[in-house]
Write a protein that binds this ligand. Sequence first.
Ligand code: BGC
Length: 932
Amino acid sequence: MWFILKSINLLCEYSLNPIGLDEKTPRFSWEVEVNDQGKFQSAYQILVASSREKIQNNHGDVWDSGKVKSEQSVNNVFEGKLLESGEKYFWKVKIWDEKGKEGLTSDISTFEMGLLNPKEWEGYWIEQDDDEIKGPLFRKDFTIEKDIKRARAYVTGLGYYELRLNGQKIGDKVLDPGWTDYDKRILYSTYDITKDLNKRKNAVGIMLGNGRYAPDEEYVKKTASVTPLHSLQVFGGKPVALLQINIEFCDGSKISIYTDNNWKVASGPITFNDIYNGEVYDARLEKEGWDIADYDDSDWEIVSKANPQPKGKLVSQTTFPTIKVSKTLYPKKIISPKPGVYVYDFGQNFTGWVRFRGVGKKGVKVKIKYAELLNNEGMLNTVPNRCADATDVYTFKGTGEEVYEPRFTYHGFRYVEIIGFSGTPSLKNIEGRVVHTAVPETGNFFCSNNLINKIHNNILWGQVSNLMSVPTDCPQRDERMGWMGDAQLLAEEAAYNFNMVGFYKKWLADMRDAQQEDGSVPDLVPPYWHRYPADPAWGTACLVIPWYVYLFFNDKRILEENYLMMKKWADFLQTNSKDNIILELGKYGDWCPPRHKHSVDTSLDLVSTWYYYHATLIVYRVAKILGKEKEAEKYNERAAKIKEAFNDRFIEEDGYSGTQYERGGNRGENLVPKDAPEEEKERIIKRWSKFFTEDSQTSNILPLYLDMVPDNKKDQILDALIHNITVVHSNHLNTGIIGTRYIMDVLTKNGYSDLAYKLATQTTYPSWGYMLKEGATTLWERWEYLADAGMNSHNHITFGTVDAWFYKVLAGINIDLSTPGFEEIVIKPIPINGLDSAGALLETIRGVISSKWQKGIESINLEVIIPGNSKAKIFVPKMDLENLVIEERGSIIWKDGEFKDKVSGINSGNEEKNYVMFSVNPGSYNFTTKSK
Ligand code: BGC
């Protein structure tokens, strides 16, 4: 048992012992392990050394921070010597407790730099000199004569690569590298291959897929025919690879192996691959042993230097979580709706593919088709996949049981159809491979209402299904884009459930790459479809995403890195406003309300102007945090003007409303490509021109959410909203994706948490419960069940925003906005009528937080864990008890309306409306209320 403080779980740039880092001034974070004596850090000392021996001898030759008086245990910036490319560093930290007592030194952690200098890439991009793209295989043999100390492979390939060494796949990444605008940035991965190399003979191999770098031409054509607005970003014509292996020997000498014209290439068994359409694999074309030394490659061609060489800057992928197979699922059912057609049901909608096994004669083809729905005959309904063929084809080589899973495609599905199987397949012939960006799961929510638990579970599935190196809208149809609106609405939910910091950091770099000179950002990032400028609700992702990273991780660097982008977007909105109202930019607004795709009740101008205000306010706050007082003032003043204009323009007699038709303008005008034919122009204008009613919940929700409503109007606006929900819509929401994001918070803040709960547990249309009742295992894009070729993804995350409310309000775990990164935690559960218990556990950058409550007959029991070096305000519900007594593990801490100073760690107690609020130190607490 330690009686002095210790730091644990050391992270460098949020990663455990990372290799291939390219942050030149990385940041260090640790958790403070609580004990009976010390709970807080008052000072720290970080040592960074160039060798293990030196760090063991407490010699920080690279950096010795000295004793720094600081409570900060998160994101302390490295300030030592210049960090060298490819070098490994060792670090540890010692902390002092609140009484100044010196603690134990941590264990030793490491970090290693990537290739920091572009000139260190000795080779160049290579490709197959063949006009047809056929999943090329690249190979090279090399010999090692000496004992290896350390070996690293730095590799990337566009669209996708698989790296192989001596017959094995290296690492567990799939669909790598992460998707970026390849003309601007290309991500490379770093692998530790020290143990994968042989003394003497070795072979390195690379397989390539097309990905979004060299998409299937058919897809390009088909998409372009959907609408001319979707002009596709096209890069190279064929896949390309780049690799460098750096080997350091025990005698100190070094060699490198890299891609150049000493490599050979041949077409492999993958004869077609495309993200949307699937993969075609002919096992007869496998080149047995191609990735092993001494393979006879005499009939292989010499590779070509890729022409053109990809333009993007090479950037390390180390801190960005990659796509992996996270789970294997087993099918629940198999049916045969027609002779020779077998349909499997996994009972769960998810993203990935299947691993197929079977026996077949040489040349026999099996078709594996994917869909989210079945039709009335029990066959797949592939119509909602739109242009995406979503079909993998496997040709047997006829050598006994063969196992196949695709590499360079992915699908969104619940059902799989197999055609061409010799004999009758069983449940054992396929397994589901769940694939997504492997963000660590950090949240865990549970409560006594099973419907809510199920909604939460559907949201988790929906969220991971749509993390495919960018936050996508859907995984199944011909879209799968980084739609900004979807992601910004979900930022809070995602941050509660997953560690999103590395994922968002990379996506923000994608956004900076995408921003144009005039400050405009596109609707989707990377801008694979060229859609500029974004709808304000979509574009404001470039402010909302960094803001949530800051709140959850106290990461000021993310604000610094993105401040210019944020400001430029807010300024772009100003340039495009008239008298502080945005009139021309809105395209989608409160997208997908009940019964419609378009925002029928809510004015686009209202939503756009509200986001203009929202964006401006965030810039104001960020400027303040970064100490830019003058700029803060400027944006604050601007925000005040927007608020005034918003209220002047949109408050009507019965609440906020945007009567758009008054300006007579046409919504679609700014979306019409100049050179489009007349008919097409008309079609687009008609499609996007909408008129609005006054039946909008969202119009009132938005100003209430940002406290914009003038005091003398507040009751009236709130009444209008409550009346609309309870009377007009009989306790149903009538919101699209924007209103739905904020409705729960607005109701709760204004004392209507019971009504919010009613909406959350509603089971008739439109509601989350309705989707579940209709068999949803994720969330739908629309409130209604649709199965045609329109917009009706059955795995959209846009309505998943309610999940943050489960954590904040039901479990009660909240961030104090003035102390981000959970430095001071607010635990304030609302014991909703009808709910018996709820709780959540969060793994944060400061350690685990947990809050769990259970109602007794008249009382409540609340158990809380607060991690080391954090403080908390814990609000214990009074439960309307007369002569209230609150005990902590049997000791009375509140009685006769007063705080009884009894339990160590609980510093004060005060009555606050329906709660008694205790200020506490780190530790675990167990409160029970009762009547004296
Ligand atoms: C996507 C949405 C997206 C929208 C923009 C759709 O096709 O699936 O989620 O935000 O377009 O209106």
